[in-house]
Design a protein around this ligand. Structure first.
Ligand code: GDP
Length: 444
């Protein structure tokens, strides 16, 4: 999970401030030093760190912070605001052309995730705008690249225009554009060649393609795992090609996250999307404020809500809330929820979006095997209707019968029933406004 180290260090710094009660200037100075180190360690660009710390210090010293009882909270707030500002304040939407097709050209080094992102973006446009994009295969140097784009195209049901590897990429783009106009595609996504590093020939080719296709959007795809190098790459491409936005991939990996914080400040170009996995739906719109919350360990609750809204039936959600409040949540509801939640993505990622959970040590190595979900379902399906609606009747002999029926060991059945009880209790508390971790999240 990205930002883990940074989040941990910042939280430690804030906790240190909280313990002090009243904060004086030297406390602020110490905290600033900690924040500076934390950012540098997270591989944030040196200049960006310097600027950042200065802005936070100026605001902290300039405001009434030092006298307030909630001084540490105010500092958390200032850091949060400045993190957001550093990353660009607001989400920046894709540029769109007045007439079709809108042309999006992808650029980036080899392995950054261009081809994958073309597929993800096609899916995103199909889902959000019912778009009909045409994908153009203009990477002729890596023979497998065309095949890869075709596979991706098939996954997202988008046509791919290709002319093999013997035609000049410029010609491919020219003919691909003509094809898109002929077929009235509303978007064209151009997958271009990458190299291991920036070289002149590649840049010339990209400049020529830009000249031919007049893209509305040149998205540079960079790999977050490469940290500072990603920022240098972005700077280099921007100087030579004038990009319009960045897609930061592999944020699901074990990156220190520095690139997310530096790119906007160094290049002046917004991150528009992040890639959070290899699958075609693992693309998220980049919201600087949400990312700041995530970095500070406040969870990415808004993204969670977005995901939930996409996957949850509103009526069911309402019913669920009522059941949680009335404490009548039973095993039938549990199974229904399990199905809906599994559609939202890996369970461990979802849990980490909840405020206060991101750094919960219990979740550090927590992984939910999809097989476990199948097992849980098997256990519930072996219960009678009475047992499902009234779990209190689950005595040892019933449990043995369920274990035999589901083919799962008795310890697993017991564990599942116990966890269900705990979940139910927690849900009941949460729905009654006692959101554990909420005050901790705000530094209280
Ligand atoms: P290209 O050379 O720039 O076209 O890169 P590819 O699209 O072939 O991606 C290189 C590798 O990175 C592939 O194995 C992808 O599955 C993987 N990849 C791309 N985006 C992501 C991402 O957001 N997260 C993860 N974990 N892997 C990614």
């Amino acid at each position: 999970m990205a930002f883990e180290g940074l989040t941990e260090r910042l939280q430690k710094t804030f906790a240190g401030l909280r313990r002090k009660g009243k904060i004086n200037e030297s406390d602020v100075r110490d905290a600033m030093r900690e924040i500076r180190l934390a950012l540098l360690e997270a591989d944030v660009n040196f200049g960006v760190v310097k600027d950042f710390v200065k802005r936070v210090r100026d605001k902290a010293v300039g405001s009434e912070v030092l006298d307030g009882i909630n001084a540490s909270q105010q500092i958390v707030k200032i850091v949060n605001d400045e993190l957001t500002a550093t990353m660009g304040e607001k989400a920046v939407p894709l540029n769109k052309s007045d007439k079709i097709p809108t042309v999006i050209m992808m650029a980036g080094l080899q392995g950054a995730g261009k081809t994958t992102t073309v597929g993800k973006l096609a899916k995103y446009l199909e889902e959000t705008e019912h778009a009909r994009p045409l994908l153009i295969a203009a990477d002729v140097y890596r023979p497998a690249a065309i095949k890869q784009l075709q596979v991706v195209g098939e996954q997202v049901h988008a046509p791919v225009f290709e002319m093999g590897t013997d035609t000049d990429p410029r010609e491919i783009v020219r003919q691909g554009m003509a094809k898109a106009r002929e077929d009235h595609n509303d978007y064209v996504l151009i997958d271009t060649a990458g190299r291991l590093q920036i070289d002149e020939k590649l840049m010339q080719e990209l400049a020529d393609i830009k000249e031919i296709a007049h893209p509305d959007e040149i998205l540079l795809v960079v790999d977050a795992m490469t940290g500072q190098a990603a920022v240098d790459v972005a700077k280099g491409f921007n100087e030579q090609l004038e990009i319009t936005g960045v897609v930061l991939t592999k944020l699901d990996g074990d990156t220190r996250g520095g690139a997310a914080l530096s790119i906007r400040a160094v290049t002046g170009k917004p991150i528009k999307f992040t890639g959070q996995g290899e699958k075609m739906d693992a693309l998220d719109v980049f919201y600087p404020d949400r990312m700041a919350n995530r970095i500070l360990g406040m969870g990415d609750i808004l993204t969670l809500v977005d995901k939930a809204q996409k996957n949850f039936d509103q009526k069911q959600a309402q019913e669920l809330t009522e059941k949680m409040q009335a404490n009548t949540f039973d095993f039938n509801d549990f199974i229904e929820q399990l199905d809906q939640v599994s559609q939202m993505g890996p369970m461990e990622d979802i849990l980490k979006m909840i405020p206060g959970m991101a750094n919960n040590p219990a979740l550090k190595n927590f992984k939910v095997d999809p097989k476990d979900v199948t097992h849980i379902k098997a256990i519930v399906q072996s219960m009678t209707e009475k047992e499902r609606t009234d779990p209190d009747v689950l005595n040892p002999s019933r449990r043995r019968r369920i274990a035999a029926g589901s083919g799962r060991p008795i310890v697993e059945v017991n564990r599942m029933i116990k966890q269900f009880g705990q979940t139910k209790k927690m849900m009941n508390q949460m729905s009654n406004g006692n959101m554990a971790g909420m005050d901790q999240m705000m530094g209280g």
